[in-house]
Design a protein around this ligand. Structure first.
Ligand SMILES: Cc1ncc(COP(=O)(O)O)c(C=O)c1O
Length: 325
């Protein structure tokens, strides 16, 4: 690991800060609500994907695997490579060939074998799943046999928020691609509410790209079932890559969580996400990946049309340092 990296102290229990929005609140006309950022950029590889990766690598070790695999467009692959290395496992990471922001150099630096796959993200996941089956590797893919491990890991974000606020917030906005993170967080809140530890389940608001995400596409057409995404052109860019999902692998559960909690799903353009990321840096000193800044855009969108009677939380991930290939 890198010099000065305090990862080993964070390995056993990941925990991230909840930052109260100050100057930006006024600028965004969010005066009526207390808005918090659940800053997942604090995790060792800079995103909430650390939570799922750590849990999967733990499972792999407990069950005697020597190799863990995943298909990824970047952040999740780096996280899996990182924890696999710490645990002494081999990581085989499948990435879509055309992606520009794949963080491949970092994966390789953590010792992962990186395999490029022709086609979109969904194809990289499919090749990883079939390779896991064929080779007896641990499958850490979303929507796969070990999906429950990711869901459990993300549910800890809910537990932390409740500990930090003293109750569940009124609204939680989550950047979504497959929807796995949103489903996990919802499950966490649902369980805490059923156990009598909170007074409510937050409204779950999905934040994503306006260019091809199945959750946004289905919700905005009023459908409780995932609809096939029909767009004339899917444009993956360095900004929207983590969020584009022609098929969201956890679409059914994510839509259930959104509808059951009376939430919403909003899509944003690249320029809106980049602008919000710049504002977060300038006004709050927070380094946010533009894709994750969609969560704060979604908070603003939601509050335009809805009254809330409690705090609002946006899940935000960090911006990684760009590296030369
Ligand atoms: C920064 C970031 N935000 C959001 C997502 C989407 O998460 P999910 O696929 O769990 O919905 C990803 C997925 O890679 C991501 O890297």
């Amino acid at each position: 690991m890198e010099e000065g990296d305090s990862s080993s102290s964070k390995l056993l229990a990941l925990s991230t800060p909840l930052l109260k929005l100050t100057s930006l609140r006024k600028l965004l006309n969010l005066d009526g609500a207390a808005v918090y950022l659940k800053y997942e950029g604090y995790n060792p590889t800079g995103t909430h994907k650390d939570r799922a990766a750590l849990a999967h690598v733990g499972e792999a070790v407990l069950n005697g695997y020597d190799t863990v695999t995943v298909g990824t467009c970047g952040n999740y692959g780096v996280a899996v490579a990182y924890y696999a290395r710490l645990a002494g496992l081999r990581a085989v990471i499948f990435v879509p060939k055309g992606y520009s922001n794949s963080r491949v150099p970092e994966m390789k630096r953590y010792g992962a074998r990186v395999v490029e796959v022709e086609g979109p993200y969904e194809d990289a996941v499919a090749v990883s799943v079939s390779s896991a089956r064929a080779n007896g590797w641990y499958d850490a893919n979303p929507g796969s046999v070990n999906d429950h491990v990711s869901i459990e890991a993300y549910s800890l974000i809910a537990r932390e928020i409740v500990r930090q606020l003293g109750d569940a917030p009124a609204v939680v906005a989550v950047p979504v691609g497959n929807g796995t993170t949103l489903v996990g967080i919802y499950h966490g809140f649902y369980r805490l509410y059923r156990a009598g530890e909170t007074t409510r389940i937050p409204r779950m608001v999905a934040a994503s790209t306006s260019n091809a995400n199945q959750l946004v596409y289905s919700w905005s057409r009023g459908s409780t079932e995932p609809l096939p995404v029909e767009v004339s052109e899917v444009r993956e860019t360095p900004v929207n890559e983590p969020l584009v999902a022609i098929r969201s692998l956890n679409a059914e559960e994510a839509l259930r969580a959104i509808y059951a909690s009376k939430g919403a799903a909003f899509g944003f353009s690249d320029s809106e996400m980049v602008e919000m990321s710049i504002l977060l840096r300038a006004f709050e000193g927070v380094s946010a990946l533009p894709a994750s800044a969609s969560a704060l855009l979604a908070v603003r969108e939601y509050l335009k049309a809805n009254e809330v009677d409690g705090p609002v939380v946006a899940v935000i991930t960090g911006r990684w340092r760009r590296e030369k290939r």
